[in-house]
Write a protein that binds this ligand. Structure first.
Ligand code: PPE
Length: 305
């Protein structure tokens, strides 16, 4: 999806014009995929832009860095404030936000310990990640021939840039085959997640989502969905799913900051009823929740003003 240059970008404490937010080709992370990043959305509210679960996203960035033995030079509080500055400065009513921390210029070789750490935060307007009709018509999924990382290969709990080589291979394979998105299985053959979303499946009237132990990222949208589902009285369990559980799902959706809640209409050409009743209700409430329209969750919307 294209990005439009729209806003100043925060780099190591300064807001710099979009075109000047560049790095040297010998930046360490460019060579070894060792950066960590986040994907966050700000939504329009009557009080101006509100960033959804901002603090939790920045906490996850810190955790990703910790897993990578990267010492972030900014605290959670500082990066929360910096993110608000970027959004406020952009003047955008809503946007996608991409914080990234990376090993910088000056060292080469796989030892990251002597490297400098740079941090940048950018934002831009970004539409529906899996297409405008994802919520109503649903997306076509294909099981990937690429496996999700095993825990001792690349830690899936860290949003490390290099982890996304796996996601990109799977995404391109699915698109080339005429599908919208890939389902990733782990080395044990169990369902893990998608290239950039967590998975929910309805089986026997209750929702099932795979655990972190299956190689899924601990999704912030996933946890929002669990809360919303409970409000509707839907039972949610975190459990392993086999590929065949997807084929006979009563309904299915995927969720993530970029993709929000997107219904799935088929997996490997097995049709799934779409959009399901639970999916539609959860997608509608998610859209309200992120805009601060559900009182119970309004504290999740961190206003930039
Ligand atoms: N799994 C993966 C692998 C993943 O990348 C994401 C977010 C999720 C699950 C959902 O996590 P959360 O956003 O906390 O609900 N993917 C981000 C990056 C997508 C991209 O293309 O880049 C996102 O949704 O922002």
């Amino acid at each position: 999806m294209p990005i439009t240059p729209t806003a100043n970008i925060w780099m190591n404490g300064e807001l710099v014009p979009w075109e000047q937010a560049t790095t040297h080709v010998l930046t360490h992370t460019l060579h070894y995929g060792t950066g960590v990043f986040e994907g966050i959305r700000a939504y329009e509210t009557p009080q101006g832009p509100g960033v959804f679960r901002l603090t939790e996203h920045i906490e996850r960035l810190h955790n990703s860095a910790k897993i990578m033995m990267m010492d972030l030079p900014y605290s959670v509080e500082e990066l929360v404030e910096a993110t608000k500055d970027v959004v406020r400065d952009s003047g955008l009513p809503s946007c996608y936000i991409r914080p990234i921390a990376y090993f910088g210029y000056g060292e080469m070789g796989l030892n990251t310990l002597p490297c400098s750490v740079d941090v940048a935060i950018a934002c831009w307007p970004w539409g529906a990640y899996l297409g405008d009709e994802a919520v109503t018509k649903g997306v076509r999924m294909k099981t990937s021939s690429w496996q999700r990382h095993e825990h001792n290969t690349m830690p899936p709990a860290s949003k490390t840039t290099g982890n996304y080589v796996n996601s990109s291979l799977a995404k391109v394979e699915a698109l080339k085959a005429g599908y919208d998105e890939a389902v990733m299985l782990n080395p044990q053959g169990l369902v893990s997640e998608c290239t950039g979303e967590n998975i929910f499946v309805a089986r026997n009237g209750r929702l099932v989502t795979p655990p972190v132990s299956a190689g899924a990222l601990e999704g912030i949208t996933q946890s929002t969905v669990v809360a919303i589902a409970a409000d509707h009285g839907y039972e949610v369990i975190v459990d392993d799913l086999a590929r065949s559980d997807l084929y006979i799902a009563e309904e299915m959706f995927v969720c993530g900051t970029a993709a929000e809640v997107s219904a799935v209409n088929s997996v490997d050409d097995r049709t799934i009823p779409c959009p399901g009743v639970m999916t539609s209700a959860i997608a509608a409430d998610y859209a309200r929740c992120v805009r601060g329209e559900l009182d119970k969750y309004s504290h999740w919307v961190e206003l930039v003003k």
